[in-house]
Write a protein that binds this ligand. Structure first.
Ligand SMILES: Nc1nc2c(ncn2[C@@H]2O[C@H](COP(=O)(O)OP(=O)(O)OP(=O)(O)O)[C@@H](O)[C@H]2O)c(=O)[nH]1
Ligand SMILES: [Mg+2]
Length: 621
C-alpha cells in the first residue's frame, strides 16, 4: 500500500504577509493576530511560517500567515524557500493564499518595491502595508500613499507596526469584497525602469544624505575600535550576570531555605517529608535560584537584538569566521544558541550554503546555552572565591566569561577541522548582510521578552525538572536500606547502584557516583544536573538534620578542585541533550548527523575533562 500526504486546509480565507527581511512583518502579524512571535532588528528572524487569526473591521475572521522575509522569488536559503513555496501554492498542508499583504519598509522603498513587483506578477490580489512610516517621516521621507496606490494599482496603507498606527485602516480595507476578487493588473514595463519611474513620480529619486546610523557605524564598524567595543560589551555582560544577580539570588535562596525549614517542622519524619524537603525543595529550589542570572543574560541579548547591533557584530567577526571556513552568516544562529541550541539550529535555515549550514548545526551545541548557566554558576559559586581583581573586575564573572569563551574557541576549532575535510570551505564567500538602522529598544518589548523567558524557565522547572527530580527521589529512596545498614539509604537504592555503575566510566575524569548519576537526568534538561545533585546530596546527608541544605557549601567541602574543574570542562561540550539531537534530526532529515554530533561531543567532553582533571591534579599536588 502506498501512503499519500493528505492535504487538509482549514476553512476560511487565507492572507499571507510577504516582504523583505526586517521590514516588520512579524511585528505587524503580532499586532493583527495578538500573537507573540519573535521580533528583532536583523534579517532572518522568522524562519518558518506561522499562523494566526485576524478579525476585520466588519468582524470577518481571516487566517493569517507570517512568512520568512525574502529579497526575491528566487530562493537562496531554506527559509526563503518557505515563502516562495507558499506564494506558489506548493507548501505542504497549505492552500495558496487568497490575498497577499505585501509589507514594504518605507525607509527603503527602492529595494522593497523590487520584491513587490515580482509578487504582484504572481497573479494574486495584493494590498501594500507601507510600514516603518514613523522612521520614514523622521528622516524626512514623505510618501504620498494615494499617488503610490495609483502607480502600483493596489491599495496602500501607511502602518507603524510597533505602535499599531494604521492597523484599523488595514482591517477596514480587508472588508472590501472587490479586493479579494481581482488580481491587480500588472502594468507594462521592465522592473528597474518602473521603480525609477515610481520613485521619480513620488519625488524620492534624490540620493539620501548620511543617516544617524552611519555616524554610529563609523565607530562600531571601525577596524580597531569595533572589535574592542564588542569584547568590552561581552565582558561586561558576564560581569553583570554575577554582580547584579547576587541580591535576588540571595532572596530566592532564603525563601527556599525558609520553606524547607517550615516543611521539615510541619511534616512528620518519613517518606513524605523526605519527598518534600529533599526532593522538591532541595532539587527544584536549587535550580530556581538561577532565574535572576538567566534573566540578566537575556536582558543583554534582547537589547542587542532589538538595537540592530547583532548584524554589525557578524560583520566584525566575518574575517575571523572566514579563517575557519565559515562566514559571518553563521554568527546569528550561533549567537541564538546562547539561549538554546534549538532556535540556533532552526536559525541556520537562513544560511544559503548547505555545507556552511551543516557545519553551523554541528557546532551550535558548543555555544553555552542558558540551561548550562545554572551548572556553571553552581560550580563557580562553590569553588571560585568571590574576589575583586584589579579595576573592580570580579573573579567569578571572569571565570564565567572564560567558560563561554572556551565554548566559542572549541566551536571554531571544530569548524577548522571540518574545513580540512570539505573543499567548499576554501571558497571565499563575501558576506551579504543587511545592516538595519539602529533602534532604541522599546522598554515594553524588552519587558515582554524577559517575561516570556521567565515563563519558559519556570515552566521547565515546574514541568520536566520537577518530574525528573521526583523520579530521581523515588529511585534514590527505594528499595531502602537493609537491616543493619551503616550508610544512608540512597547507597542501597536503585539510583545508588546505577550511579556506582556509571562511576566506573567517569572515575578516570574525576566524577564521583553522585555526579555520574546526575548526568543521566541532565540529558533531558541540563539544569536537572543541578537539581539532581541537590536531591542526591540531601538524601546522602546523614544525621537528623532534615532541613534542605544549600548545595554550594556541600559540594565545596566534599569535592576536590580537580573534580570541579573537570565537570566544568565536561559541560563546555555537554553532549547530553536529547531535544537538541531531535532538532538536528529534524533539520537534517536523518539519524546520521545527530549520531555524528553525539559521538564527537561525547569524545571531546571526555577528553577535555580527562585532561583538565589530570593537569589540575598535577598542578595542585
Ligand atoms: N520604528 C519602527 N520599527 C518597526 C516597525 N515595524 C517593525 N519595527 C521594528 O523592526 C524590526 C524588525 O521587525 P520584525 O517584525 O522582526 O521584521 P520581519 O519582517 O518579521 O523580519 P524577518 O522575520 O527577519 O523577515 C524590529 O526591531 C521591530 O521592532 C515600525 O513600523 N516602526
Ligand atoms: Mg519575522
Amino acid at each position: 500500500m502506498r501512503e499519500a500526504v493528505v492535504h487538509i486546509h482549514p476553512a476560511g480565507p487565507l492572507l499571507a504577509l510577504v516582504g523583505n527581511p526586517n521590514c516588520g512583518k512579524t511585528a505587524l502579524f503580532n499586532r493583527l493576530t495578538g500573537s507573540r512571535q519573535k521580533v528583532a532588528n536583523y534579517a532572518g528572524v522568522t524562519v518558518e511560517r506561522k499562523e494566526g487569526r485576524l478579525k476585520t473591521a466588519a468582524g470577518k475572521l481571516l487566517r493569517v500567515l507570517d512568512l520568512p522575509g525574502t529579497y526575491s522569488l528566487y530562493p537562496r536559503s531554506p527559509d526563503e524557500r518557505v515563502t516562495v513555496d507558499v506564494l506558489a501554492g506548493r507548501a505542504q498542508g497549505e492552500k495558496r493564499p487568497d490575498l497577499i499583504v505585501c509589507v514594504l519598509d518605507a525607509t527603503n522603498l527602492r529595494r522593497n518595491l523590487r520584491l513587490f513587483l515580482s509578487v504582484q506578477r504572481q497573479g494574486l490580489p495584493c494590498v501594500v502595508a507601507l510600514n516603518m512610516a514613523d522612521l520614514a517621516q523622521r528622516r524626512g521621507i514623505e510618501i504620498d500613499t494615494a499617488k503610490l496606490s495609483g502607480l502600483l494599482g493596489v491599495p496602500v496603507i501607511r502602518t507603524v507596526a510597533t505602535d499599531g498606527h494604521g492597523l484599523d485602516d488595514l482591517r477596514a480595507v480587508l472588508d472590501q469584497p472587490e479586493l479579494w476578487k481581482t488580481a491587480s493588473a500588472v502594468p507594462e514595463g521592465e522592473d528597474n525602469a518602473r521603480i525609477g519611474h515610481i520613485l521619480k513620480e513620488l519625488g524620492l529619486d534624490a540620493l539620501q544624505g548620511e543617516l544617524p546610523s552611519d555616524k554610529v557605524d563609523r565607530i562600531v564598524l571601525h577596524p580597531v575600535f569595533g572589535p574592542i567595543l564588542l569584547a568590552v560589551l561581552l565582558f561586561f555582560l558576564f560581569q553583570a550576570v554575577f554582580a547584579w544577580a547576587e541580591a535576588p539570588m540571595g532572596w530566592i535562596e532564603a525563601a527556599t531555605a525558609w520553606l524547607g525549614e517550615q516543611a521539615g517542622a510541619l511534616l512528620p519524619e518519613g517518606h513524605l517529608r523526605s519527598l518534600v524537603v529533599d526532593g522538591l525543595i532541595a532539587g527544584v529550589g536549587g535550580v530556581l535560584v538561577f532565574l535572576p542570572q538567566i534573566l540578566i543574560l537575556f536582558f543583554f541579548i534582547l537589547i542587542l537584538e532589538e538595537s540592530g547591533y547583532l548584524p554589525r557584530a557578524a560583520f566584525l567577526l566575518d574575517r575571523l569566521m572566514g579563517s575557519v571556513g565559515l562566514s559571518g552568516r553563521s554568527f546569528i544562529p550561533l549567537l541564538s544558541s546562547f539561549a538554546c541550541a534549538i532556535p540556533g539550529i532552526m536559525a541556520t535555515r537562513s544560511i544559503a550554503n548547505p555545507r556552511d549550514r551543516l557545519v553551523t548545526i554541528l557546532i551550535a551545541p558548543l555555544m553555552t546555552c542558558s540551561a548550562r548557566l545554572p551548572v556553571y554558576a553552581l560550580l563557580i559559586g562553590a569553588f571560585i572565591p568571590q574576589r575583586e581583581l584589579w579595576g573592580g573586575i570580579e573573579l567569578q564573572g571572569l571565570v564565567l566569561f572564560v567558560l563561554y569563551f572556551a565554548g566559542i574557541i572549541a566551536a571554531m576549532a571544530v569548524a577548522w577541522v571540518l574545513k580540512r575535510f570539505t573543499d567548499a570551505g576554501r571558497q571565499v564567500r563575501p558576506l551579504m548582510m543587511e545592516l538595519p538602522s539602529y533602534h532604541w529598544p522599546h522598554a515594553r518589548n524588552v519587558a515582554i521578552g524577559l517575561w516570556q523567558r521567565a515563563e519558559i524557565f519556570i515552566k521547565r522547572v515546574g514541568g520536566i525538572i520537577l518530574a525528573l527530580t521526583l523520579l530521581l527521589w523515588v529511585l534514590s529512596t527505594f528499595p531502602g536500606a537493609p537491616e543493619g545498614a551503616t550508610g544512608p539509604a540512597i547507597e542501597y537504592s536503585f539510583a545508588g547502584y546505577l550511579g556506582r555503575g556509571l562511576a566506573t566510566i567517569f572515575e578516570p575524569i574525576g566524577f564521583n557516583w553522585q555526579i555520574s548519576l546526575a548526568l543521566v537526568p541532565g540529558m533531558a534538561a541540563r539544569e536537572i544536573a543541578v537539581s539532581a545533585l541537590g536531591t542526591v546530596y540531601a538524601l546522602s546527608a546523614t544525621g537528623d538534620d532534615a532541613t534542605a541544605q544549600a548545595l554550594t557549601p556541600l559540594i565545596s567541602s566534599t569535592w576536590g578542585l580537580p573534580t570541579a574543574f573537570s565537570l566544568l570542562a565536561w559541560f563546555i561540550f555537554a553532549p547530553q541533550c536529547i531535544s537538541t539531537l531531535a532538532a538536528v534530526k529534524r533539520e537534517t532529515g536523518g539519524y546520521k548527523i545527530p549520531a555524528v554530533m553525539l559521538a564527537y561531543l561525547f569524545g571531546l567532553a571526555y577528553l577535555a575533562s580527562w585532561l583538565t582533571f589530570h593537569i589540575s591534579r598535577w598542578w595542585l599536588a
